[in-house]
Design a protein around this ligand. Structure first.
Ligand code: DOR
Ligand code: ZN
Length: 346
């Protein structure tokens, strides 16, 4: 007997769409299953002002194939020159849904990010007053800090101090990868949310490094040891209201991934919903999947959940398309390396 699961249509609270030919190719992969997504602003050059965000939103909407229904939720890239008034006006008009903090040098295209948090404190204060969420890439960048410790150190040295000195600031700790981050969000009040990616629920650092280096599993924050992955699965499948899906689906061409200095990013948009159904099924928590993908995110962002639904069907092993073609070259699709028995019907 086939098993089916119908959920409210999901949203993706952290997505990279890029621009130009890449945008054109990857946008349908998300819009097929997701109603809305928080769009990352780390283009080159980044989306810094409300004028940049408006122009980028228009390019996304122009790239959306006829008949697909999808709403991009725009963000601004925080720099030490960001004007608080521009942020507040852009949020009040509905143009942007959040501001993104990249510590300078933390990841792909983060060179214009923030080095001195004191310089952006006036922006944080204005955002706290207006209720604008701050999305945070939570890793310190100091060379002496081991890459596997950078998230835990960030919580203690950067994130917790920002939250203490800015009461009311609503923060999303993005793509959490550690049990430390799970514990921090669980003990926080409702002003802190966290997103978890599909791939961090399915892979640990062995997937990247054992039996040969696997560049398509490399992303930032890098996947940690198995006990951390287990903590992420436990939190995601618990239904905890402050935690929701942010795929961090981040396309890079195959050539840029399979390189002596490969780019960070896992492209999971095409297979995320089947993969998540498998993770929640394996955890005996299919009844919590809708909260994670479709309810908790809108509640945090103070939006209504979607009225439409999506149906998943359990049956044969999902055939994962090895790659999608783009005008910039092929992009390899995330393959968890284990059988996925779910697919999106229709
Ligand atoms: O793996 C990642 N890829 N992590 C990020 O933070 C950025 C992203 C990208 O833009 O490729
Ligand atoms: Zn990202």
């Amino acid at each position: 007997m086939t098993q089916t699961l119908t959920l409210r249509r999901p949203d993706d609270w952290h997505l990279h769409l890029r621009d130009g030919a890449m945008l054109q190719a990857v946008l349908p992969e998300t819009a097929r299953d997701f109603a809305r997504a928080i769009i990352m602003p780390n283009l080159v050059p980044p989306v810094v002002t409300s004028a940049d965000a408006r122009a980028y939103r228009d390019r996304i909407l122009a790239a959306l194939p006829e008949g697909m229904d999808f709403t991009p939720l725009m963000t601004l890239y925080l720099t030490e020159g960001t004007d608080p008034a521009d942020v507040i006006a852009a949020h009040a008009s509905g143009l942007i849904s959040a501001v993104k903090l990249y510590p300078a040098g933390a990841t792909t295209n983060s060179a214009s990010g923030v080095t001195d948090m004191d310089k952006v404190q006036p922006v944080f204060e204005a955002m706290a007053e207006a209720g604008v969420p701050l999305c945070v890439h939570g890793e310190v960048t100091r060379n002496e800090i081991d890459i596997f410790d950078r998230e835990a150190v960030f919580i203690e040295e950067v994130l917790d101090p920002i939250r203490r000195r800015t009461p009311g600031l609503r923060v999303v700790m993005e793509h959490i990868t550690t049990s430390d981050a799970c514990a921090y969000v669980k003990e926080s009040d409702g002003s802190l949310g966290a997103t978890i990616t599909t791939h961090h629920l399915m892979i640990n650092r062995n997937h990247i490094l054992v039996g040969g280096i696997k560049p398509h599993y490399y992303c930032l924050p890098v996947a940690k040891r198995e006990s951390h992955r287990a903590a992420l699965v436990e939190l995601a499948t618990s239904g905890f209201a402050q935690v929701f899906l942010g795929t961090d689906s981040a396309p890079h061409t195959q050539a840029n991934k399979e390189s002596a200095c490969g780019c960070a990013g896992v492209f999971s948009a095409s297979v995320t919903m089947p993969c998540l159904a498998q993770v929640f099924d394996d955890a005996g928590a299919l009844d919590k999947l809708e909260a994670f993908t479709s309810l908790n995110g809108p509640a945090f962002y103070r939006m209504a959940p979607n009225d439409e639904t999506i149906t998943l069907v359990k049956g044969d092993v999902l055939e994962i398309p090895p790659q999608i073609e783009t005008g910039d070259g092929p992009v390899v699709v995330f393959d968890p390396g284990t059988s996925v028995l779910w697919k999106v019907s229709g």
